[in-house]
Design a protein around this ligand. Structure first.
Ligand code: B4P
Length: 196
């Protein structure tokens, strides 16, 4: 199964991807996690990405496409994968198509998690407070100010993907305002229908 989870920052893409990993046994390819790992490891990619991520902007297509192209070739992706937070631009969507075409594979579903802006900000503030209370380091991009920029980037660069996948008749919406369990059930239902 090959799936894209689309949606604004804080919509719950990562949360749902982790649950689908448990159920379907396919890997979660989160570009956010990969980039944060590169920053933590101090690699060249990490050094180039850090300031951009801290400012709430999108890392360059060149960097992100390269890390996904490499990751997708690993053996655990043979059975399928969940793309979480990727693609985020039209150029990245074209890159996904190219990667799939090269290997003769296709996407099974593109699922958009729909959540209103006010709820998104509330979730991010809550996550920052909970992380702080647990004595862990808070993500630099989880402040209300940086979050505003992440949302602006989303509407400018990522939202056009909704029309892109709609035109390909691949897009399904899920109410991301519902509880985490309800969102998971909706996604699983879509995936079962896709496979039927
Ligand atoms: P990401 O790591 O992808 O961060 P995100 O969009 O904020 O996360 P997500 O939607 O997964 O929300 P989550 O489940 O955590 O990106 C971070 C940065 O990396 C970007 O700003 C960019 O700089 C860079 N980047 C990543 N990919 C890139 C790309 N392809 N191109 C360029 N740059 C890229 O959920 C958020 C919170 O909500 C959690 O606390 C969760 O518990 C809560 N929550 C989830 N579902 C809920 C529900 N149903 N109800 C209530 N709360 C819920």
């Amino acid at each position: 199964m090959r799936l894209i989870l689309l949606g604004p920052p804080g919509a719950g893409k990562g949360t749902q991807a982790q649950r689908l990993v448990q159920k379907y046994g396919i890997p979660q390819l989160s570009t956010g996690d990969m980039l944060r790992a590169a920053v933590a490891a101090g690699t060249d990619v990490g050094k180039r990405a850090k300031a951009v991520m801290d400012a709430g902007e999108l890392v360059s297509d060149e960097i992100v496409n390269a890390i996904v192209a490499e990751r997708i070739q690993e053996s655990d992706c043979k059975k399928g994968f969940i793309l979480d937070g990727y693609p985020r631009t039209l150029a990245q969507a074209d890159a996904v198509q190219e990667m799939l075409d090269k290997s003769g594979r296709r996407l099974d579903a593109v699922i958009e998690l729909v959540v209103d802006d006010e709820a998104l900000v509330g979730r991010i503030v809550k996550r920052a407070e909970e992380t702080l209370a647990a004595g862990k380091p808070v993500r630099k991009d989880d402040t209300p100010e940086v979050f505003e920029e992440r949302l602006r980037e989303y509407y400018k660069k990522t939202a056009p993907l909704i029309g892109y996948y709609y035109a390909k008749n691949m897009l399904t919406h899920v109410d991301g305002m519902a509880s985490m369990d309800a969102v998971t059930s909706s996604i699983e239902k879509i995936l079962e229908d896709t496979r039927a």
